[in-house]
Ligand binder design. Structure first.
Ligand code: F6P
Length: 375
């Protein structure tokens, strides 16, 4: 009897809505299309290092399409090349040994830039990987959209809409801080969707005087409230990002957060209006995925399963020009996709009078390109 294809599956990095939908898509399609055996590793690379895994049967992944989080668990600290539980030792040889012992044909890794970078490192040691990009931050190089981004934008937009009505009633300046790490995708997309008056993103260091002027002008025009969306990675011109905490064992130890309160403090000194801040935090990462993210997960997951069957390893599934394709893990590893200032969404924000916290003459790059894709 022919040997069954045996594929590992793991979810790494910060969780996001849509991960379970990918687990379902990969597992069901590998079982149905290839009669494969699917081995799920627990808590991302930690399960691969510590030998914690379980077989995923068809029934195990039924009913999880709409569920947030990941049934396999995840970790954003477990790096086999610098393992935090063993004094930062390189334990990659143990991972290679377990992979061989389990006679795996390959692994599908669902994750962000950290997960892809590790997958690339292990590929160089002979393991075979297919990557699936997920993160609310939308900052993975080589793909226009990542799983979880649409849901995070949806959550943030609804929150800003709600702040809008209370801002209007009380004639206040309302600041909403979004996640997104070093990229401003969530703040930009949710800010434009909710009609924010000011959007501050890491890619464009802001001038607090410009932000205060926008608020003052709105006050004097009789529009007695202002909505400001600030990405957690936003920073003032000449200033630094706001680090909330550090996780030393994490591949990227900095956790950003708190810039919203700093903008509030500085605006209080400059305005008569009351100013309030809401930090959305992990709410953006939890709960059920939007239909777009569910469908993207089904397309990404089934495509990853097809790549495995075609032995097309060493690549990450990607969306480019609205089409599904692949990019080499080597090209993704160690890179971040931030918002290009030529993005149509940047142009759209400026065209309707939204301030990006800088004076217009400082923005020579902002003419939108008519042929540029949305993201
Ligand atoms: O990468 C996803 C993300 O939610 C970022 O937007 C945020 O900066 C970070 O993870 C938060 O990490 P943690 O879950 O460790 O607090």
């Amino acid at each position: 009897m022919a040997r069954r294809l045996r594929i590992g599956l793991l979810t790494g990095g910060g969780d996001c809505p849509g991960m379970n939908a990918v687990i379902r898509a990969v597992t069901k399609s590998l079982i149905l299309q290839a009669n494969a055996e699917v081995i799920g590793f627990e808590d991302g690379y930690e399960g691969l290092i510590e030998g914690r895994f379980r077989t995923l049967e068809y029934g195990d992944v039924s009913g999880i399409l709409t569920r947030g989080g990941t049934i396999l668990g995840t970790s954003n600290r477990a790096n086999p090349f610098r393992y935090y539980r063993r004094g930062e030792a390189d334990v990659s040889a143990e991972v290679v040994a377990l992979y061989r012992e389990l006679e795996l044909d390959g692994i599908v890794a669902i994750g962000g830039d950290g997960t892809m970078t590790i997958a690339h490192g292990l590929s160089e040691r002979g393991l075979r990987f297919v990557g699936v990009p997920k993160t609310i931050d939308n900052d993975i190089w080589g793909t226009e959209h990542t799983l979880g981004f649409d849901t995070a934008v949806h959550v943030a937009t609804e929150a800003i809409d709600r702040l809008h009505t209370t801002a209007q009633s009380h004639h206040r300046v309302m600041i909403c801080e979004t996640m997104g790490r070093y990229a401003g995708w969530i703040a930009l997309y949710a800010g434009v969707a909710a009609g924010a008056d000011v959007i501050l993103i890491p890619e464009l260091p802001f001038d607090i005087e410009v932000v205060a002027e926008v608020c003052r002008e709105r006050e004097s025009d009789g529009r007695r409230f202002t909505i400001i969306v600030v990405a957690e990675g936003a920073r003032p011109e000449g200033g630094a990002m706001h680090v909330h905490t550090q996780v030393p064992e994490s591949p990227d130890p900095l956790r950003l957060g708190g810039i919203g309160y700093e903008v509030e403090r500085q605006l209080r000194e400059r305005l008569r209006s009351e100013v309030r801040t809401t930090v959305l935090g992990h709410v953006q990462r939890g709960g059920t995925p939007t239909p777009y993210d569910r469908n993207l997960a089904s397309v990404f997951g089934t495509y990853a399963a097809a790549l495995v069957q075609a032995e097309h390893y060493g690549h990450m599934v990607a969306l480019q020009d609205g089409k599904i394709t692949t990019v080499p893990l080597a090209a993704v590893a160690g890179r971040t996709r931030t918002v290009p200032l030529t993005a149509p969404m940047v142009g759209a924000a400026l065209a309707v009078g939204t301030s990006l916290g800088v004076r217009a003459p400082h923005l020579p790059l902002l003419a939108p390109e008519p042929t540029a894709p949305l993201a």
